[in-house]
Design a protein around this ligand. Structure first.
Ligand code: ATP
Ligand code: MG
Length: 346
């Protein structure tokens, strides 16, 4: 098991945010597998005693209606209780792992939950959450972390659930200053939507968790006894993508093979993806043009998100960073795969 590495700057920034009065929603974004979830899980385990964290991940669930969402959000308690009792329990229980309940869910007494369920009205859910977090905030600092929130996608309850949820988060932060709210995602199209949502202007801050930079990658690999040559090879294939670096360490005895296997795999996946739309010749050609630009520039400023760009983003070949208006391959491996595809069919 490879231990958590670095992220000093990012941790410093998150701790700075946590030290202030909640005022803005923090939108945490970055390319796939850059280590967002790992960073938050690590941080949550090491937070001082005065924080109470609810870490809710939508990764492993399928949300198609309100009930599904309520089930991940809440940990239903088998007894009747008041909001005050539940809040008191949260305040008085401290676990060093950082989250109090299974999967970080928010405790709720069965009777209250039944009521909310019967009516399935988000307003009631928000009233409960706000009063609970408000009670907790009198003595501790509540923190809500929602990982993979884009999975709520188009779920409708009265209006769009995601819209109502963000509205609620604005209330928790900027209006009542009760809780810190972190929303994590690597879905570029979702990031772009949030970024351009008028309701969120001036109410969100954006925190990019990118792959490791060159220096961090080198020191990570050195720590695992890689020599100069091995470091160069690994950086050349994977850049600073943590998930691959960890795997490279695990496959050090067959590093070259491991690198080539992964490139072959990514090449084949991207090729299949673009052949899916081959009949749409116009789109296909535009994607090849886009690949040529990316292959040459590696990082590209975009003007508008056309259908070719949208396709590559949706298929997780490219990552879109709306704050700096740039597009780049999801990883160094994707860049190499794109170059190989161009060599063969460009
Ligand atoms: N700081 C780190 N130190 C050591 N290993 C790391 C670190 N960050 C990430 N990893 C490795 O990379 C893997 C992927 O990271 P993680 O799942 O946190 O990425 P993510 O950005 O949340 O991905 P996704 O975009 O799928 O949500 C982890 O399982 C872990 O092996
Ligand atoms: Mg994640």
């Amino acid at each position: 098991m490879i231990e958590f590495y670095d992220r000093e700057e990012e941790i410093k920034e998150i701790m700075r945010i946590l030290g202030t009065t909640p005022n803005l929603i923090t939108f945490v974004y970055g390319p796939i597998n850059s280590g967002k979830t790992t960073l938050f899980q690590h941080l949550i385990r090491t937070l001082p005693e005065d924080y109470r964290v609810f870490y809710i991940s939508l990764r492993h669930i399928y949300v198609s209606k309100a009930d599904d969402f309520l089930k991940v959000l809440f940990d239903v308690r088998n007894k009747r209780a008041s909001v005050k009792t539940i809040a008191k329990e949260i305040v008085e229980t401290y676990v060093p792992e950082g989250v109090l309940t299974p999967f970080g869910r928010i405790p709720i007494p069965k009777n209250v939950f039944r009521e909310l369920f019967r009516e399935s009205r988000m307003e009631n859910v928000f009233v409960y959450l706000e009063s609970l977090l408000g009670e907790v905030a009198k003595r501790k600092r509540p923190v809500l972390v929602l990982d993979e929130l884009q999975k709520l996608g188009d779920v409708k309850i009265n209006g769009l659930l995601i819209y109502e949820l963000f509205n609620f988060f604005v209330g928790l932060t900027k209006e009542s200053h009760i809780a810190h709210v972190f929303v994590i995602t690597s879905d570029s199209l979702f990031i772009e939507k949030v970024f351009n949502e008028a309701m969120l202007h001036g109410r969100c801050r954006y925190l990019l968790i990118d792959d490791f930079d060159y220096d961090t990658t080198v020191s990570f690999l050195k720590k695992h006894n890689f020599d100069e040559k091995e470091i160069e090879l690994t950086w050349n294939y994977f850049g600073g993508k943590p998930v691959y670096l960890v795997e490279a360490v695990n496959n050090r005895h067959r590093l070259k093979e491991f690198c080539e296997e992964n490139l072959k795999l990514r090449y084949s996946q991207i090729l299949d993806t673009i052949y899916e739309i081959e009949e749409n010749r116009k789109l296909f050609d535009k994607i090849i043009e886009l690949f040529k630009t990316i292959s040459e520039k590696e990082v590209m400023r975009y003007a508008k998100i056309d259908d070719a760009l949208k396709f590559c983003i949706r298929k997780n070949i490219l990552f879109l960073e709306p704050v700096n208006r740039i597009v780049k391959p999801q990883s160094r491996l994707d860049l190499l795969a794109i170059r190989q595809i161009l060599k063969e069919i460009g």
